[in-house]
Design a protein around this ligand. Sequence first.
Ligand SMILES: Nc1ncnc2c1ncn2[C@@H]1O[C@H](COP(=O)(O)OP(=O)(O)O)[C@@H](O)[C@H]1O
Ligand SMILES: [Mg+2]
Length: 256
Amino acid sequence: MDFRDKYQIVQMIGRGLCSTAFLVTNKYTDQICVAKRTREPKFSRLIEREAGIIELMHESQSVVELIETIQDRKVGFSRHNKAIILGYSGQKCLAMFLKKSDMEPDTHIEPRFSQRELSFYAAQLISGISHVHAHGYIHGDLKPSNIIRGDHVLRRQNYLRIIDFSGCRHLHEVRECHGTLGYQASEQKNGITTFETDYYGIGVTLNSLAEGRMRSRMSGPVGITKRSDISDKFKEGLSLSMSDNHEDRIKGLHLF
Ligand SMILES: Nc1ncnc2c1ncn2[C@@H]1O[C@H](COP(=O)(O)OP(=O)(O)O)[C@@H](O)[C@H]1O
Ligand SMILES: [Mg+2]
């Protein structure tokens, strides 16, 4: 069966370099899902690779759920082109809770994520990323727009799932991963990623959530949040997890 026979597009929800994400409904069951479709034929293999990686993580509650991969015939694309269908339960990516850039004026933002929420997020991100690492993969692009947060109607409001495995590298694979400017660990400037790159990603994401602002390519060095309602221990965790020293990053995770 082809994508168009089974799924109806509701709206576009995200657009990256290689793919476009749509909210879709299954025409037979009315189930709402997310479809990630390639934008150009040369990206077909990348999306199939991503589906394979997500499927490996199916036992993790903190990684997006793969429903299926489905043939996606498009003009100019080979017959083997696939779209990936992902679970959706009303989640939004964390970027939608943040101001778009830290170039905007520094006004007070409400509501802010509390330290309790941030600690709960840290625990889930560490658990999710441990699954990824246990399979030998490094995510390489952790940031608010690559993490989704559950829906309060389903009482899953604070439950996170990691998405977007397009920038992933297997430990034994020679592959440059630069991540995203603003969220990039120092080694990624040279395309290098290690497990500790993802620990940096967790730290820089939590700091961005604490500050209520996205980081952009124009952002300067990361300033650890100065919020008075966040403990010194948590701030020390943020600082260590974003250190250039990889052992310090591991120590940082223990403080969240
Ligand atoms: N399963 C999902 N549930 C909710 N939103 C999603 C889901 N998958 C993707 N999205 C949204 O689509 C955007 C793009 O998807 P992503 O996998 O990050 O693709 P890209 O590789 O283009 O960045 C995300 O930032 C998020 O807002
Ligand atoms: Mg993304």
